[in-house]
Design a protein around this ligand. Structure first.
Ligand code: MG
Length: 259
């Protein structure tokens, strides 16, 4: 708590604060100080959630859990392995992941904790990382594993439209310590790990990434996936859960082309 959401209502995109009964819209964006809450109260059934960030870039971290590095035959990295996902891949809670059926025959889920940046920053010390973090949300770093292996570069395998489910909300008080991440596909647990088993922790990642590039409000750092990655096929429902951050659920649909 508090839980910040972006949503659409009557064709307008807005920010709000969510609780069990619905959403209280805000008069602006939450990044530069907390904007005033409006007097409206919208029930859940009249709004549609949007991704809770509009990133200029998504920095994702590879091989940040030892058991996941091992399951794909990779060594544990000596420094964070970073790559970019395009902002165009981001979709909201309950949006559909579209399977690129001609290009790929092996699409994997990767449930991850994501950091949402709250202010423009560069060269942030790890000890100061908390000052530039707006909050935390969930991501599914959906990956065409066959294309990632084929290309060596990650851009195509990680970059398809809809390959960045994000949400359902941003929690500005969340702390990653002592929390479990779980991924289920059709109700079956596929990934489960403590966030404490990350190799490079969040302050280290913020410092490392910000040595390279200026971070902007709404930028996402997706902190890597634990072991248990596996295939998704059209018809599946995949959910990523961390206590306090809710559950990010997305269906997988065919793009309608021949596989
Ligand atoms: Mg990943």
């Amino acid at each position: 708590m508090p839980r910040y959401v972006r949503f659409t209502f009557l064709g307008k995109h807005r920010w709000g604060i969510a609780d069990d009964s619905g959403v209280t819209p805000l008069a602006g964006t939450p990044y530069e100080g907390t904007p005033a809450a409006t007097s409206e109260q919208l029930p859940w059934d009249v709004i549609a959630l949007l991704p809770p960030a509009t990133p200029t870039k998504i920095i994702a971290i590879g091989r940040n859990y030892a058991a996941h590095a091992a399951e794909l035959g990779n060594a544990v990295p000596e420094r964070p392995l970073m790559f970019l996902k395009p902002p165009s891949c981001v979709i909201a809670h309950q949006d559909a992941i579209v399977y690129p059926s001609v290009e790929s025959k092996l699409v994997h889920h990767e449930g991850e904790l994501a950091v949402v940046i709250g202010r423009r920053c560069k060269n942030v010390a790890a000890s100061e990382a908390g000052d530039v973090i707006f909050g935390y949300t969930l991501m599914n770093d959906v990956t065409a594993r066959d294309l990632q292996r084929l290309d060596v570069q990650f851009t195509r395998g990680k970059g398809f439209d809809t390959f960045g489910p994000c949400g359902p909300w941003v929690d500005t008080d969340f702390s990653p310590s002592d929390q479990q991440l779980r991924v289920e596909v059709n109700g079956e647990v596929r990934q489960q790990a403590s966030l404490d088993t990350m190799i490079f922790d969040v302050p280290t990642l913020v410092a490392y990434v910000s040595r390279v590039m200026t971070l902007e409000p709404g930028d996402l750092i997706s902190t890597g996936t634990p072991s248990g990655v596996g295939p998704l096929v059209p018809g599946d429902s995949v959910s990523v859960t961390v206590a306090g951050l809710g559950t990010l659920t997305n269906s997988v649909v065919s793009d309608g082309r021949a596989r």
